[in-house]
Design a protein around this ligand. Structure first.
Ligand SMILES: [Fe+2]
Ligand SMILES: [Fe+2]
Length: 372
């Protein structure tokens, strides 16, 4: 009988590793979809943004896990089917899913061998850090049945600036432009809610790559929303002075998610051409925060315009329609928005005009510095 040298390290075999990572992938994917579905139901903007960030972080982890599984299964790019339903149906359920993932990443790292499986270790370490952060960030998240939920601290008005209803109301210069821009950023809450909805509703149909893009989309829109909220807060305004609403989101009530995708892909990037010019105007005013926010926003929107084009075509294709028929979808989107605007009453216009005028007037007080 021949004698051989014995094994020297405790190692998990390659296909078991791929299987463990596959299970982690599906649970991260469930976190992403759950966060998307919950987003429009979280009244507090900071809870919406924590859900958005968690969706994005989990999508990054899932993407890395998926690629790693493909490496381990080389030459096949193969991901085993998932047998169980994993989506969370409440915030408690989501927190439980995140706790389990944290424990499983910790256990994975405990057992993993650096020499054999270093790339997976790197992924699991980053994901473990994210899970620990998410546990704290999501601890207080609560939802309502309203869709979209309203943040009760802000001045509720579906139409968040008078010019939406009255084209003669000036977009404004100077302080008025600074405020209009910050209020627009804050009111990208409609884009946050829309991105959450399409992420949740269209992912089963469009597959992982859409999920990944939509999670980034959701996170970006939540950052744009917070940019506005934070500039306004630092200028010293109270939320109750600031209009917040989502007429574009509301315009899609009862519509297929196709139209929500159309709204997000095109309406939200519509002003892309003005952003350079606005950034320059803020530069000239010495308002570096508004300027830099605008520039980063512009970079994100360029990406989003591409997401919109790609996924609208793919969705039409998946539904057996001509992918080049997307202009008809956008026309319908514009019509839906016109119909929502047509529902506004003279009182709605009066309310938002009073609110906006008061905001601009308040900014004129010497006690409020123009830039902090
Ligand atoms: Fe945006
Ligand atoms: Fe966008």
């Amino acid at each position: 009988m021949t004698n051989y040298l014995p094994p020297t390290r405790e190692l998990r075999v390659r296909f078991d590793t791929a299987q463990a990572l596959t299970r982690l992938f599906y649970r991260e994917q469930a976190v992403v979809l759950s966060c998307g579905g919950f987003t429009p139901h979280a009244p507090l903007l900071e809870h919406r943004s924590e859900l958005a960030r968690t969706a994005w972080e989990s999508a990054l982890a899932a993407e890395a896990l998926r690629e790693r599984v493909f490496e381990l299964r080389y030459p096949t790019r193969f991901l085993a089917e998932q047998a169980e339903e994993l989506a969370a149906d409440s915030p408690d359920d989501l927190r439980r899913l995140i706790n389990e993932l944290r424990d499983d990443y910790a256990a994975y790292l405990e057992a993993a061998d650096e020499l054999a499986d270093g790339p997976s270790i790197r992924i699991a370490e980053a994901a473990l850090r994210d899970k620990e952060r998410q546990q704290d960030a999501l601890a207080a998240v609560e939802l309502t049945d309203d869709d979209p939920a309203r943040d009760p601290r802000y001045f509720a008005s579906s139409f968040y600036w008078p010019d939406v209803l009255d084209p003669t109301y000036p977009y404004g210069e100077g302080v008025a432009l600074q405020l209009r821009s910050a209020v627009s950023h804050l009111n990208e809450v409609w884009a946050v809610d829309t991105a959450g909805r399409i992420l949740h509703d269209l992912s089963p149909e469009l597959g992982w790559e859409f999920t990944r893009d939509a999670a980034r989309w959701l996170y970006d829109e939540s950052r744009h929303m917070l940019m506005g909220a934070e500039r306004l807060a630092r200028w010293g305004f109270e939320p109750g002075q600031i209009p917040l609403g989502g007429y574009i989101y509301e315009a899609c009530a009862g519509q297929h998610a196709l139209y929500r995708l159309g709204m997000l892909g095109y309406f939200e990037t519509k002003n892309i051409g003005r952003k350079r010019e606005r950034a320059q105007a803020f530069h000239d005013m010495g308002d570096a925060t508004s300027e830099i926010d605008m520039e980063f926003d512009w970079a994100d929107e360029t990406l989003h315009a591409e997401y919109g084009r790609r996924w609208l075509r793919r969705l039409l294709e998946a539904r057996g329609e001509d992918p080049e028929s997307w202009p008809a979808v956008l026309e319908r989107c514009e019509q839906l928005v016109r119909e929502r605007v047509a529902q506004a009453t003279p009182q709605d216009l009066e309310r938002i005009r009073t609110c906006a005028d008061a905001l601009v007037a308040a900014a004129g007080y010497p006690s409020r510095p123009a830039n902090v």
